[in-house]
Design a binder for this molecule. Structure first.
Ligand SMILES: [Cu+2]
Length: 115
């Protein structure tokens, strides 16, 4: 009994550590980026396909005021695209939230700066 229990732990640890959950692979602007020119959009690449209706992207400026993001679009490479109005200089925070196929809500945020 003790022996079989001991053998079970490595399997359990592997199951917990496997990166099965949806995550944000990368973004453009990337987290922490400082840009010379304002980006026309925020692009998000997720580790799994996400549905646009359950995906929300908000962008706020340094004063925590929401920037009016237009309706999300999907790029041909699968990126979720949030078109932006012309941004002035400053620091912006992108908050995203979506739902994976397994029903888990996944969210995160990152910031970028326009010079
Ligand atoms: Cu999950």
């Amino acid at each position: 009994m003790l022996r079989s229990t001991t053998r079970f732990w490595p399997l359990l640890a592997a199951a917990i550590l496997l990166p099965l959950h949806l995550k944000l692979d990368r973004s453009d602007p990337s987290a922490g980026a400082t840009l010379d020119a304002a980006p026309a959009a925020v692009r998000l690449w997720f580790s799994q396909a996400v549905e646009l209706p359950v995906t929300k992207v908000t962008v706020t400026n340094a004063a925590k005021e929401a920037v009016p993001v237009r309706a999300l679009e999907r790029a041909t490479d699968g990126a979720v695209v949030a078109p932006l109005p012309t941004l002035g200089a400053g620091r912006y925070t992108v908050s995203w939230r979506t739902m994976a196929k397994d029903g888990h809500v996944v969210k995160g945020d990152f910031a970028f700066t326009v010079k």
